[in-house]
Design a protein around this ligand. Structure first.
Ligand SMILES: Cc1cc2nc3c(=O)[nH]c(=O)nc-3n(C[C@H](O)[C@H](O)[C@H](O)COP(=O)(O)OP(=O)(O)OC[C@H]3O[C@@H](n4cnc5c(N)ncnc54)[C@H](O)[C@@H]3O)c2cc1C
Length: 429
């Protein structure tokens, strides 16, 4: 499931409105802030910086949304992988609650940006369902719901009957319903952010990989094959797709793979039997599974992990099994698209906000929740720069912390998830 740069990186790449013009950088330019990475984080930062009066250049190696932003499941959720109480355990009360508050605002910010900039991205602001496969998971989700509601959220636990009615499957015992969440076409959203940023004066350059970053006095020079950008400040917004541009940065995270399969559009009658309220859904297993419909009625299922499977034989079998198990009445399906993306995980399950050197910021490791968080963190870095460091960030800046046994950890989790899925196919779960 490898993707050449000119190929669609996902279903969303084919169905979203086209990307705005973003010609490769040609020549040398000077600006206030250079941003490397054309996903939610980089483009939210760019848009908010430009709205605050800064001169901004964005460099994207391939195309807008090439990374997780154009490949994800499109579930716009609040919060982190950990629930708010666990975040406080990891970060301490003050820092934990500051991050909880910022992340609770994620969906609101995303839907506001979509509305303000007229972004076409199949918005369904109908909530999401976090599904429990057994009673132990119901108890786990109830704790999460309580921790969220103590902090002002309005989530609700659904019993088995309500869960079956909302999803159309009998596979789950209960669910946490978040009415403030929703689904989007994520490539539509990231392209819309790029369009809004360009309209605000940002120069966005696709096919412009940053190949080196060097200090020049108090400024930074970012080189690409076609030219250089010299800027006072630099944001690295490369997340899971971080390469070797900044030595050691990729050692902060370990990659987890997530694959998705989309059917051809289902008939009107079948569509009405699956998630009739058009929520997005995923389950609380470690080897999680997600499912949702897109606007055309394609059923999209996704699973975590990666085992060697060049021809997608195993993954396709798992996707077929998932649909047969969840929605047996659908029968055999024809596939429209399949794709894969990398998720940046951190060992403490919170993102890392770093000042890599004076004037260089990065936020890395959204742990599979990046639509709201990337938009929030991009805006927060922009405001911090515009206020010359006076505006607080949602997380304390801390020095880089390289991760030990990164490759072993990644392989263990990815292969472990694959083995679990083989068990599911064999009808053990
Ligand atoms: C399959 C999948 C499913 C997911 N599902 C969800 C979901 O349902 N909900 C949710 O909230 N989150 C989800 N996520 C997570 C979310 O998509 C990411 O956290 C988010 O997209 C991160 O955005 P970003 O802008 O920080 O990074 P990215 O979108 O990954 O962008 C980084 C960009 O940097 C570019 N780049 C890298 N190196 C260079 C360089 N040297 N020069 C120039 N450019 C460079 C890359 O080409 C890439 O476009 C999912 C992720 C994946 C992969």
């Amino acid at each position: 499931m490898t993707t050449a740069p000119q190929d669609p990186v996902s279903l969303w790449d084919k169905t979203a409105p086209p990307a705005p013009d973003a010609p490769a950088l040609c020549g040398d330019v000077t600006c206030d802030v250079a941003i490397v990475g054309g996903g939610f984080t980089g483009l939210s930062a760019a848009l908010h910086l430009a709205e605050g009066g800064a001169k901004v250049t964005v460099l994207e190696a391939t195309k807008i949304g090439y990374g997780g932003s154009g490949r994800n499941a499109g579930l716009v959720n609040q919060g982190l992988w950990y629930h708010p109480g666990e975040v406080v355990d990891v970060l301490g009360r003050e820092a934990g609650e500051r991050l909880n508050e910022a992340y609770a605002f994620g969906p609101k910010l995303v839907f506001e940006l979509i509305e303000r900039h007229g972004i076409e991205c199949e918005v369904a602001h109908n909530g999401t369902l976090y599904l429990a496969p057994n009673e132990a998971h119901v108890a786990k989700l109830a704790k999460r719901a309580a921790a969220m509601n103590e902090r002002g959220a309005k989530v609700e636990m659904l019993d088995r009957d309500a869960t079956v009615a909302r999803t159309g499957t009998e596979a789950y015992c209960g669910a946490l319903f978040d009415p403030e969440a929703g689904t989007i076409n994520p490539m539509g959203y990231v392209r819309g952010l790029a369009r809004a940023a360009i309209a605000a004066g940002v120069k966005v350059h696709a096919e412009s990989p940053a190949t080196s970053v060097k200090p020049d006095g108090s400024r930074w020079v970012v080189s690409t094959p076609g030219g250089k950008v010299t800027a006072d400040r630099l944001i690295l917004a490369t997340n899971a797709y971080t390469g070797d541009l900044w030595p050691g940065l990729k050692l902060e995270i370990y990659p987890l793979y997530y694959f998705q399969f989309a059917t051809k559009p289902l008939g009107e009658n079948l569509r009405r039997t699956i998630l009739p309220g058009r929520e997005g859904a995923w389950d609380s297993r470690d080897a999680m599974r997600s499912f949702r419909l897109d606007e055309a009625g394609r059923l999209i299922v996704g699973g975590v992990g990666s085992i060697p499977d060049n021809k997608d034989t195993f993954r396709k079998r798992w996707a077929e099994h998932s649909i047969a198990q969840l929605f047996p009445h659908v029968g055999p399906v024809e596939w429209d698209s399949r794709w894969m993306g990398e998720i940046a995980f951190t060992p403490d399950h919170v993102p890392h906000l770093r000042e890599l050197a004076p004037g260089v910021l990065t936020c890395i490791g959204y742990n599979g929740r990046g639509i709201g968080p990337g938009s929030v963190m991009g805006r927060a870095m922009a405001r911090n720069i515009l206020s010359d460091g006076k505006e607080d960030l949602p997380l304390n800046l801390s020095p880089p912390r390289p991760l030990s046994f990164r490759g072993v950890r990644s392989r263990f989790i990815n292969v472990g998830a694959g083995i679990f899925q083989i068990g599911q196919i064999l009808r053990l779960g």
